[in-house]
Design a protein. Sequence first.
Length: 334
Amino acid sequence: MTHEIAIGPHRIKSLKPGMPILTLAPMAGISNWPFRLICAKMGAQMVGVEFINCNAILHKNPKTLQMMNFCDADIYRDTGMSLLAAQIYGNDIGRMVEGALVLEEKGAQIMDINFGCSVPKILRSDSGAAFLKDIDRMMNAVRSVAEAVSIPVIIKTRLGWDNDNISILEVVKRAADSGAHAVAVHARTVAQKFNGTADWSWIARAVEVSPVPIFGNGDVFTYEDAVRMVEETGCAGVMIARAARDNPYIFSGARIPTFNERVRLARDHLGMMVEYKGEKVGVMEMRKFFASYFKGFPNASHLRTSLVQVDTVTQAHRILDEWVTESDRHSYDA
């Protein structure tokens, strides 16, 4: 198991000996700075920004400008806790270069190019995974961005367009030649979207031919899954998405957090979300995290039902206070 890798001048180490290198995948609507900072504190060695449209950057879209709040990057630089990877997508290579330069200026430490998004709207715009239909065009984008920015470039992609057009081995070899410092491989095709099973065997094959680190992604739901992916494929690290949304403690290892630990996590996250977006929007956007953070505890469905309806910070804390008292009485932490 790899315990340290290089991405350009940066060294990424596993949190503890014997642990795989774990990173947070970019997720739209999820990986804003409060959630990134939470995951970094838990042990994520690299954290991805929710993907950003290069056209929206250049048009100074207000929502996009808010997404470009990289205030956590200074913490990572000062502490060495993690690395901030800003992910960009678009269909015009010149605009992708311009957008990447803006993100570098804003504080990104790694530039991540999205060649893996299979959302129909993105594909129709000839962005994201649509690049897999033209590998030459993809490599032109990699080369152009890599030559323009002074920070390392990585890419995130899929196995290929469909099962009859698997191109990942060509992509990883050519990406390195075009200037990419690492490749994250979601082990599904574009046609699969998020359906079916991720085929980790292709990650293993990519590792065999790639001169740069490969991050595996797909069907990692637990810490044990992450360990198994590294053992079965030899990938340098694991990029975790949906499992991190439900349980940021996954970056700390196999231990399951107690009920009270999850309450503290929810309170901390709520405070940062309100700082980031104000009380009204911050509380509303926390509802999805409240629903995720308390899965699996006895009788916690009632707690989740209550929390996803809160409108104020005071309401949220009052409900959490009541349930902490209940947990002490009924030993939910057992």
